[in-house]
Design a protein around this ligand. Structure first.
Ligand code: HEC
Length: 266
């Protein structure tokens, strides 16, 4: 019986760690340092989203006035985050029309309201740090997490350009060990003759930000995308904390009461 329980636990553990580190395409994602309750990070993320993403992507389930959740006043939202033609109660719609986007890119940029729930924060973070130079692609960029993506690397002047680095391994096991050792984004793929290659990225030309600054910029952005995917989650976490404190206090009181009732009997 214990053996069965132990193997079930082991299987669950393997499944859980497997999901966290590699997704179905064999990419080892770079974990996103998302801090849900960090209001400063969320405010910076909102600014980054409006400045760099809202040209093409909307967030149709997010209303501007909801951003007061992040400690911003309606005037701050109006002055810093909105297109002048929008109303404070309107949703965050993309500047570009769907028809133009479809004509320019072939694939229209998807709405990003619930993207963090679809793809997960680690995927989003890895995607935004996963662009590299590829002269063969139409935009001049490719992505380790989303091969042949048609979105151009719109943040490239901040990040600078990365290049692809390929390392060959004799077999899958060695390649996977190599991908883990790369510490960060890595893609293990089979090549000819049973050999494997691990693709990683290296800085080629510098951008306006250092690698650390760029990662912090992307972390704020992903934090914001994670927030808009479920804005009430922060309230839920706070309510949970309050309930736990309440139950803790109640337990202490009830325990004290119990001791007082039984005092004379024992
Ligand atoms: C110039 C227009 C443009 C801008 C600006 C832009 N994107 Fe995109 N984005 C696209 C297009 C087009 C696609 C569709 C790519 C495809 O399917 O190959 C896309 C795809 C994506 C995807 C993948 C969606 C999916 O799940 O398939 C994510 C995530 C994304 N963009 C995030 C962002 C973020 C975050 C920003 C701001 C930093 C941004 N984009 C700025 C055009 C843009």
């Amino acid at each position: 019986m214990m053996n069965v329980v132990a193997s079930l636990l082991a299987a669950a553990l393997i499944a859980a760690t497997g999901c966290a580190s590699a997704n179905e395409s064999g990419v080892r994602l770079d974990p996103a340092p998302v801090r849900r309750l960090d209001v400063d990070s969320l405010q910076r993320g909102a600014r980054n989203f409006v400045n760099y993403c809202l040209n093409c992507h909307g967030a149709q389930y997010m209303r501007y006035n909801r951003l007061t959740d992040l400690g911003l006043t309606e005037d701050q939202i109006r002055d810093n985050l909105m297109f002048p033609t929008d109303k404070i109660g309107s949703t965050m719609t993309a500047a570009m029309s769907k028809a133009d986007a479809a004509a320019w890119f072939g694939t229209p940029p998807p709405d990003l309201s619930v993207e963090a729930r679809v793809r997960g924060a680690d995927w989003l973070y890895s995607y935004l740090v996963g662009f590299y130079r590829d002269e063969k692609s139409v935009t001049g960029w490719n992505n380790l997490v989303f091969p042949n993506v048609v979105m151009p690397h719109v943040l490239w002047h901040l990040s600078g350009a990365q290049k692809l680095v390929k390392t060959e391994y004799e077999d899958q096991e060695k390649a996977e060990a190599g991908a883990i050792a790369a510490r960060g984004l890595a893609l293990a793929e089979p090549v000819a003759d049973g050999k494997w290659t691990v693709k990683t990225l290296a800085q080629d030309t510098p951008g306006e930000m250092s690698a650390i600054e760029y990662k912090a910029f992307v972390a704020d952005l992903v934090n914001f995308l994670d927030y808009i995917a479920e804005p009430v989650r922060n309230d839920r976490i706070m309510i949970g904390i309050v309930v736990m404190i309440y139950l803790g206090l109640l337990f202490a009181l009830v325990y004290a009461l119990k001791r007082s009732y039984w005092k004379d009997i024992h």
